[in-house]
Design a protein around this ligand. Structure first.
Ligand code: AFP
Length: 359
């Protein structure tokens, strides 16, 4: 693999060599890359293209749709519906799965995507992204909604595009996580970050701390320890980031480590988390695991969650292996009733005011 010279297509030919269905899968990922180039051009034009602002409608999630949400969704559909590679598609922006039009032949893959994640940031020019997941559909009849309800561990491929200062595509087909940078002058994605590996330790966490009063005790315990820094149990200072664009947080974590948390909280008991399982948490978790990281709901490995509905939400904690393992341990200790009662830093393990010391 020659850095700065290997194109996405050449890389996929090499990576998929010997994998069953390689040709079609590679062709589908090239179609997704073509859609990403078009979305990149739209996000880069911003106000000059009339792409900013709200559409005045809401999506299935009841969330306000940005113009770019719908435009990006249309681009993904148009780019991938005609090639005879997908049996059907599902999108954050569509209530029901999208059937391949009868004039096109159907393929053996399901493409599931969030066409523009972080879109509430488009008007303030913060990086946003496209997230996608590829599942199998080895049946002749068109897929029903239930055919999309596959656990993340069976994904065939996954990736995201980040529309930042540079547009990058980060993908996995189950053989590591690899980053490509868009060379706009030649319109090609070039391999620039092969075999990404997340540092197993970190001192940087990302969470929306305005939700602190809604957090469950294990999350509260972890964040409080991070905030206590050198004065607390962790005996080192931590840094915090929150971009409110998951793709940007995940990209930073893939580049330099870190932990991202959008946990279950009591803010809206009808929502077990904010992020959607099929087209946000699953593809991102596949990429994270392939890069040596860890992804969990707090209670279980994220990729083992069995989907129950197309747009279901899930708690998501991911990133540097050892930190995520610690957060899972805190959840288990809480579930087993053995976590030290949440105490203020005054009662940390090194002080004489330990709860057990008072027994
Ligand atoms: P939008 O796509 O509605 O902007 O949501 C983005 C997102 O799903 C994820 O990308 C962010 O990490 C998270 O929401 C930010 O949530 P808060 O706005 O609650 O911080």
């Amino acid at each position: 693999m020659h850095l700065g010279r290997t194109t996405l297509s050449k890389f996929l030919i090499q990576q998929l060599n010997g994998i069953e269905g390689a040709t079609d899968l590679g062709a589908l990922l090239v179609d997704v890359a073509a859609a990403v180039k078009a979305i990149s051009a739209m996000t880069a034009k911003g106000a000059l293209g009339g792409y900013l602002g709200e559409l005045g409608s809401k999506n299935i999630q009841g969330e306000t749709q940005q113009k770019l949400d719908v435009l990006a969704n249309d681009v993904m559909i148009r780019s991938c519906e005609w090639g005879g590679l997908v049996a059907g598609m599902a999108s954050e922006e569509l209530e029901e799965p999208y059937p391949v039009p009868v004039e096109y032949s159907r393929g053996r893959y399901l493409l599931v995507f969030d066409p523009l994640d972080g879109s509430s940031n488009t008007d303030v020019n913060v990086s946003v992204g496209t997230i996608f997941s590829v599942l199998r559909h080895d049946q002749s009849q068109p897929p029903a909604a239930n055919d999309f309800l596959q656990p993340g561990r069976v994904q065939v491929a996954a990736g995201y595009a980040i529309y930042g200062p540079a547009t990058m595509l980060v993908v996995t087909v189950g053989k590591g996580t690899h980053g490509f940078t868009l060379d706009r002058e030649i319109g090609n994605f070039i391999l620039t970050h092969p075999n990404l590996q997340i540092p197993i330790d970190t001192s940087e966490f990302a969470i929306n701390t305005s939700n602190a009063r809604f957090w469950e005790p294990p999350v509260h315990r972890y964040v409080t320890e991070c905030q206590a820094g050198k004065t607390g149990d962790r005996e080192r200072d931590f840094n915090m980031r929150w971009i409110a664009s998951m793709v940007a947080e995940v990209h930073r974590i893939l580049m330099r480590g870190g932990v991202f948390m959008y946990p279950r909280d009591t803010k809206d008991l009808g929502k077990p988390g904010r992020l959607r399982l099929l087209y946000e948490a699953n593809p991102i978790s596949f990429l994270i695991e392939q890069a040596g990281g860890r992804a969990t709901t707090g209670q279980q490995r994220l990729l083992d969650v069995i989907p129950e509905s197309l747009h279901q939400r899930v708690p998501l904690i991911l990133g540097s292996y050892n930190e995520v393992a610690r957060i899972e341990r805190y959840h288990a200790e809480h579930a087993n009733g053995v976590d030290r009662p949440y105490t203020s830093p005054l009662f940390n393990e090194r002080s004489m005011f330990r709860p057990e010391a008072r027994l």
